[in-house]
Ligand binder design. Structure first.
Ligand code: F1P
Length: 364
């Protein structure tokens, strides 16, 4: 298996060279209107997905790579919670080459799980090969992608297509959140949570308000180059989100960054806490007290703290959207912080070091 020609980034235009981060900043700020279309697309897709997902005893397996594996983790938790189905999240490459270690013989049984493949590009080799192999074995495949003309969209029985989430930048921002909002709305609809679905219609305005209220403060934190270590804490469905924003910090600013479920941080990783450490807590509602206690303990050990949550946090959403429908609100300000740290370090978040927009491999 050799790494074939990556999707070569086009040489930067004069203009792009002159304005590093131009695309990423725009893509982060444009998320509210992208989420509006994601909500609409999810509403339209609900009947076909309801038919394709079969009965509620059928397990669901979400796969993706990098950001879209983290999205799979978050989506698996959302569908578990909102549709009471048995769900799994597996990295595309693992599904392809280590399936038995992750799923035993689950995909060999008669009532095969439905595979939901998530990919911004719809071209990532591991994801495409995993889908093809599953279909060859008679499995049903659904897809979520920002590229309707992609190979993945063509392979899937049903696809949630979100072209408005397309972006120039390599590091995913609005592409990720468009697919997250779309899957969150689908899970609400499929689980019959009408009130939740209605409340989710307020997500775009809530995001706009957050960027206006807290953009300057999170930009300042991003520009504080005394900070060197970043730990993103998130539990339940917020763990996938914490993993994604941790990857953003890594990809955009080349910083040491790691995600943990909240209480896990005490079991070893907290040894790394010092005055150059920033702990970012994606607070839940149901367990906020325990989570805040972790942040308080680390602050006492010298760490800086940034907490985000509906209320009683440094960044408060005040969205009045139930917890199962407001996960997307953790994303924009943390993407914004990572982007400004990148710029403060003289990097270009539009073109992260070593990265390409799509990984293509020779897997034959
Ligand atoms: C997956 C991915 C991204 C990563 C980088 C390379 O792409 O691994 O998560 O940030 O851009 O590709 P996709 O399958 O979601 O298009």
């Amino acid at each position: 298996m050799t790494m074939l020609s990556h999707h070569e980034n086009t040489p930067p235009s004069e203009e792009t060279l002159m304005t590093p981060g131009k695309h990423t900043l725009h893509e982060i700020l444009s998320q509210p209107q992208v989420w509006l279309s994601a909500l609409q697309e999810a509403e339209k897709a609900t009947p076909a997905w309801r038919a394709a997902l079969g009965d509620e005893d059928t397990p669901l397996i979400f796969i993706g790579c990098g950001s879209t594996y983290y999205l799979s983790l978050a989506a698996a938790a959302l569908f578990r919670r909102l549709t009471s189905r048995l769900t799994f999240a597996v990295p595309g490459g693992e599904f392809l080459f280590q399936q038995a270690d992750w799923l035993g013989d689950l995909t060999e049984r008669n009532a095969k799980p439905v595979l939901i493949a998530i990919s911004r590009s719809g071209s990532t080799s591991e994801t495409i090969h995993a889908v093809r192999e599953y279909r060859r074995r008679g499995g049903r495949v659904l897809a979520v992608t920002n590229y309707p003309e992609s190979e993945l969209a063509g392979e899937a029985e049903e696809a949630l297509l979100l072209p408005q989430g397309q972006e120039e930048s390599v590091a995913q921002t609005r592409s990720f959140s468009s697919m997250f909002v779309g899957l969150n709305a689908l899970a609400a609809r499929l689980g019959g949570h009408t009130t939740l679905w209605e409340a989710m219609q307020r997500l775009p305005e809530a995001a706009d308000r957050l960027l206006n209220r807290f953009g300057a403060r999170t930009r300042q934190m991003g520009e504080d180059l005394n900070l060197e270590r970043f730990y993103f804490l998130g539990s339940g469905l917020r763990y996938g989100l914490a993993s994604e924003v941790s990857l953003k910090m890594k990809e955009m600013s080349l910083s040491h960054s790691e995600p943990f479920p909240f209480l896990e941080f005490r079991h070893g990783p907290m040894s790394m806490v010092n005055e150059q450490t920033l702990l970012i807590g994606l607070l839940s509602e149901r367990n906020q007290a325990q989570e805040q206690a972790v942040l308080d303990e680390m602050q006492a050990r010298g760490a800086q703290i940034l907490s985000l949550g509906e209320q009683q946090a440094v960044v408060t959403f005040d969205s009045e959207i139930p917890e199962e429908g407001r996960g997307a609100l953790y994303l924009p300000l943390l993407q914004w912080m990572a982007c400004h740290r990148s710029l403060a370090k003289g990097l270009d978040p539009d073109r992260p070091h070593n990265l390409t927009a799509v990984v293509r491999l020779n897997l034959s």
